[in-house]
Ligand binder design. Sequence first.
Ligand code: ADP
Ligand code: MG
Ligand code: ZN
Length: 501
Amino acid sequence: MTVPYAEALAEFEPVIGLETHVELGTASKMFCGCDTTFGGEPNTHTCPVCLGLPGALPVVNETAIESTIRIGLALHCDIAEWCRFARKNYFYPDMPKNFQTSQYDEPLCTDGYLDVDVPLEGGGTEVVRIPIERVHLEEDTGKTLHVGGATGRIHGASHSLVDYNRAGIPLVEIVTKPVTGTRAKPAEVAKAYVAELRDVLRGLGVSDVRMEQGSLRCDVNVSLNLPGDDWGTRSETKNVNSLRSVERAVRSEVERQAARLRAGERIVQETRHFHEDTGLSTSGRSKEEATDYRYFPEPDLVPVAPDRAWVERLKAALPEAPSVRRKKLTTELGLSELDSQAMVNAGVLDAVLATVEAGAPAAEARNWWLGHLAQAANSRGVDAADLPIEPAHVARVAALVAEGALTAGLARQVVDGVLAGEGSPDEVVVARGLAVVSDEGALGEAVDAAIAAQPDTAEKVRGGKVAAVGALVGAVMKATRGQADASVVRRLLLERLGVQE
Ligand code: ADP
Ligand code: MG
Ligand code: ZN
């Protein structure tokens, strides 16, 4: 039983809170020198430190500290003058040390904010300030593979395998304070925050921020209360892996909680699992009784005391905020207000800008992200910005078209290849053999074949109905799998048929 979103929010006030985990793109792990490259034979990127073998001693990764400080600065946080790591003690097979090295009451960065643009119904945007509680560093766990069951879950499995390649990869956790005052659109605000945060992180170059690969993942907290009452009990939907799902997770939770509250039932404080297919979540672990992690300061690591001059240098060298860069799109690149509104709504403003910065003309960048890529995203049920393609890829395709190496049709095929995970645009061009055929010798045969196959059409063209040549051009394009330059084909056909335009 649920209450429709708008109705629920007319009756109850929402409070949301987002915990975002970001895998840093460092070359080595958080506390050892192991390789962080994704994939690799299971358990080959491991050593005594990340396997937690007795006597192994961890050392802090300086680049991870630097990246975390830069994230904190970009989010307007205070940077601790002195802080320590802590042991979070619990047993789980994907965590070989029996504790996670994390930060507890001494996080590296505290008390910041991020301003996000939230689309307004009638057009335009509204700035909502999201308060940030903390940004801290911890390490990722390994991965468990459940074998033998139908669904890949532990239920029904005959046995499980553990891969520790991911164990010890630096993970930054960014936690918001409770966000109040989102009124009728907590889901939209949550999505806009994660999108903006991802753009900030991408701009910092600290992570590849791929939600579908799990390098950026969110836990979404939601509660409802009656106006004037204290905040309600929250639920926490875990590991939400796309922007669209962030929005849907909040929406479905508002609808579910409102129905329970209306019926006089209470909300159980629990974790929930979001299901991509249904857009709904199911109950997970109860959090009514707090787990005692027996946190204590990590005795094997020295405290972290970032030099103030270093922090100042990092601050001075921060890249422009995405919001500032976005303003440039309209002021410097001459895109219309309408265009930028459409791009905000589609969540691709930053992608368009990054594509322009990678060398594409603004109009081309706009066309790709609002055109073919928007369609591709739509048919996959994801947001365009979540597609597995980089702005630099799009810019490269645009450059290939400008050079005449690809036609518009071939360019779309190249982009589809990139989306299908076949590699970079240049790799797809080679692998799929996609290159414009403008060599007249090579086209000659296809042109002759088209004329021979459609003698009636050819006769019409000879008789002066030049428009009919389109059918022949189409046949040649089809025969060359779209790789011919259509204007060259048309000229060759008219030459062969002795027609002058
Ligand atoms: P936990 O480890 O239990 O997940 P955290 O403090 O790490 O706790 O994160 C809790 C998140 O939930 C934070 O983003 C916080 O702002 C948010 N939060 C706290 N109280 C509420 C509430 N009543 N409703 C919604 N969100 C809340
Ligand atoms: Mg949590
Ligand atoms: Zn290691």
